[in-house]
Design a protein around this ligand. Structure first.
Ligand code: NAD
Length: 350
């Protein structure tokens, strides 16, 4: 049997940072590998601008491949790129879950398997979400501020809580929500999630109950925001929703700042009875004079949750696992189907 040929189209930085020698060697056990450097501009949420010359180059590169992997720097994978190719699989390594570098209907029309491993950063995000919850429950942000400002330390049991056994809420039950649920298991917490789009049988399989947004907001001593930014989630948490958070709630946001109405959040925090631990904020980068920096009941990190050393290599490692499954005739696990995309965009499954 001839060995499949797998090509990677992306910028040099991805090639250097995302591909470990170990994973490349794992791939080369069953496939030949080719790399073509592309330098198209790349945003996490925006498609590469149309560039017929780059698309032609990509079509030429793809012509002799069985699988094409793309990442930052690659041009858009259009019908032109696919026409005349023998491609059986296209894989997106990293994006913002929305296949912005791929014309999805064109790929489907050509009956090519479409995968993405963009959830490679979810493990790091779930870890940091857990850390933020622990920091919030100890009011550790405020305690640290006082220490480094040479103010008298706040000690004692006041505002110093454990996570074990507490009610916890998840807004969004995607990859991050599910990984976080696994990390929370040893704490014996009681988890309620709001996610109207996820497959109905998934949450119970993780021991998580689903409920409507008001119920979920009022349930947790810790409320995690884990939804992507879509037209349906922009400012999902405004003044009425933030008012539903009980006094002493720790609110953790590790997904996207604009899911929360910033003015309403500042207003709610100024009441001083909840704590916010935020990895993301709207706008980003956070303005140096943003009033949120001065609030004692806030702990901040600069959008670092998923950008770990390990997550860079997870994307390609997961993809090699998928390629091995695919080329040995088994089922892949990271398929980018209509149902998966509908879930991410927050549309009902049909
Ligand atoms: P995912 O695509 O696996 O899951 C998203 C979930 O949100 C889905 O289950 C979907 O049904 C649900 N959802 C969509 N619209 C909703 C709505 N209106 N209300 C409730 N639920 C809704 O994504 P994921 O891997 O869990 O990641 C979630 C988001 O986290 C990403 O889209 C990204 O914006 C963000 N993220 C942040 C970092 C970081 O460094 N802080 C890193 C990676 C991802």
């Amino acid at each position: 049997m001839t060995r499949p040929v797998v090509g990677l189209a992306c910028n040099q930085s991805v090639r250097d940072r995302y591909l470990s020698e170990v994973d490349l060697a794992r791939l080369q056990e069953f496939a030949d590998f080719r790399f073509h450097v592309f330098t198209e501009s790349s945003g996490l949420t925006s498609a590469p601008p149309p560039n017929p010359a780059a698309e032609k180059q990509l079509a030429e590169f793809a012509a002799d491949l069985d699988a094409l992997l793309i990442c930052h720097g690659a041009p858009m994978v259009t019908g032109t790129v696919l026409a005349g190719s023998r491609l059986r699989l296209i894989g997106e390594l990293e994006g913002d879950r929305f296949a912005t570098r791929v014309d999805v209907p064109a790929v489907r029309e050509h009956r090519i398997r479409l995968l993405d491993t963009s959830h490679g950063s979810s493990m790091g995000v779930a870890e940091w979400a857990l850390a933020l919850a622990l920091i919030g429950l100890r009011d550790a942000g405020n305690r640290f501020r006082r220490l480094i400002n040479h103010e008298p330390a706040t000690t004692g049991v006041q505002g110093n809580r454990e996570l074990s056994g507490r009610p916890v809420s998840l807004i969004g039950f995607g990859h991050i929500g599910r990984r976080l649920t696994e990390l929370l298991r040893p704490f014996g917490v009681d988890i309620l999630a709001y996610d109207p789009y996820v497959a109905r049988d998934l949450a119970p399989a993780y021991g998580v109950a689903l409920a409507d947004l008001p119920t979920v907001l009022a349930h947790g001593d810790v409320v995690f925001c884990l939804v992507p930014l879509t037209s349906g989630t922009r400012a999902l948490l405004g003044a009425p929703e933030l008012a539903m958070l009980r006094a002493d709630t720790v609110f953790v946001n590790v997904s996207r700042g604009a899911v929360v109405d910033t003015a309403a959040l500042l207003d709610r925090l100024s009441d001083g009875d909840i704590i916010a631990c935020l990895d993301v904020f709207d706008p980003e980068p956070m303005p140096v004079d943003s009033p949120i920096r001065d609030l004692p009941n806030v702990f901040l990190s600069p959008h670092i949750a998923g950008v770990t050393i390990e997550s860079r290599t997870h994307f390609f490692r997961f993809m090699v696992d998928e390629l091995r499954l695919f080329f040995s005739g088994r089922e892949t696990t990271a398929d980018l189907t209509e149902a998966v995309l509908a879930e991410r965009y927050g549309r009902m499954r049909t």
